[in-house]
Design a protein. Structure first.
Length: 384
């Protein structure tokens, strides 16, 4: 049984950033991620290397610039706002990542009802501007990964139980073959959504009732959502004076935006408004066909034949969504309590997933905020 001062459960942005901060402080840790890949809700489709677009492998040190040269399309979060998410913006600068503004030049299309044709109307620009990363948001995950001691990061480890002995926390994880491994830590950082942590991990003894209740009630951002991306040789809509933005009361996509690569392929992406339970009754091919038909209604016949399509339904991700999330309204939830203030779990367990950020709950910036606070709150007796 390996013993470390700190164990991080979850290898998304908050978990990797916590590892980054711990290494800067010289603190030993282990990071356990249930998925075979890192990034959590950050998933980027790479047209030249990852044709299915559903997984992002950490890049090796000898090809760390590859992400910057491929067509990349985010199937999870894609935007950040440096004007007021300054901590995240500082990290992106520190990691020397390049950002680009969301394309919003030109008019937008609107479908007001199924009985009316789409109309062209004046577009608008976000203020402050929405920014994307060259290489997709996976570039942020990869940049952090390259700066870490990768021997401390283990994927394919599903944490099943945390047992607090009052001297330490015993962590039980299981791999795909059913092999169980035990770990021991003085402090655990939960870098996953509160509801998922509460439902998927057995805590011995039980967590305080107020923590259990608040974590269960905290909706997981993106869990009920699905995104569709259509990729074309060129952003043909831009030549028509269209921004690629659209809003629709008909669907299946309720909001559409330009996702084109600078000096690369044109692309449109949309948030699907069909409820998750209904989506589960449809095949991917049928849902894609409805999305293509909508793009034709909005942008013309050229939209009918994308060269690639990607569909990511987050409600079907077991390491993101729970049954309660599938029927949620998809709004950002208020941040719950992140740690116990009394009892055996006091000063040894902290939630650092994005939903635990009081400032930016559910956002990328929230992952950075919550991880920073969580690491700073680890008792000095553990850190030094």
């Amino acid at each position: 049984m390996k013993t470390v001062p700190v164990a991080i459960i979850g290898g998304g942005l908050s978990g990797l950033y916590a590892a980054f901060l711990l290494e800067q402080k010289g603190v030993d840790y282990i990071l356990l991620e249930a998925r075979p890949t890192l990034g959590g809700r950050i998933v980027t489709a790479r047209s030249a290397k990852i044709e299915d677009g559903l997984n992002v492998e950490p890049l090796n040190a000898d090809n760390s610039n590859t992400a910057q040269t491929l067509d990349s399309f985010d199937l999870g979060p894609s935007w950040f706002w440096p004007d007021y998410q300054q901590q995240l913006a500082h990290l992106i600068d520190e990691l020397q990542l390049e950002s680009v503004a969301q394309f919003e030049e030109g008019d937008m299309m609107v479908e007001r009802s199924p009985d009316e044709l789409a109309v062209r109307t004046r577009g608008y620009k976000s203020s402050p501007p929405s920014m994307r990363l060259k290489g997709g948001m996976a570039a942020l995950i990869e940049a952090l990964y390259h700066r870490l001691d990768t021997s401390r990061i283990l994927t394919g480890q599903i944490v099943r139980q945390l047992n607090n002995t009052e001297k330490h926390i015993e962590i039980s994880s299981e791999d795909a073959s059913g092999q169980v491994t035990m770990w021991r830590a003085q402090h655990v950082l939960l870098a996953l959504p509160p509801r998922l942590a509460q439902e998927s991990i057995t805590f011995q003894p039980s967590l305080p009732a107020n923590l259990e209740t608040q974590w269960q009630r905290t909706a997981t951002w993106m869990a009920p959502h699905a995104k569709y991306v259509a990729v074309y040789d060129t952003p043909f809509w831009q030549k028509k004076g269209l921004s690629g933005a659209a809003r629709s009361a008909q669907g299946p996509m309720v909001e559409i935006n330009d996702a084109s690569v600078v000096d690369g392929s044109g692309a449109l992406f949309g948030f699907i408004g069909v409820p998750a339970p209904v989506r589960q009754s449809l095949s991917d091919d049928v849902l894609k066909a409805h999305c293509r038909a909508q793009l034709v209604r909005l942008f013309g016949a050229q939209a009918e034949t994308p060269k690639r399509e990607y569909l990511k339904d987050w409600a079907q991700e077991p390491f993101t969504a729970t049954a309660a999330d599938v029927s949620s309204d998809g709004q950002h939830a208020a941040a719950p309590i992140s740690k116990a203030t009394s009892g055996v779990w006091k000063n040894c367990l902290t939630g650092i997933g994005s939903e635990w950020s009081a400032q930016f709950p559910g956002y990328l910036a929230g992952a950075i905020d919550a991880a920073s606070i969580g690491v700073e709150d680890i008792p000095e007796s553990v850190m030094y």
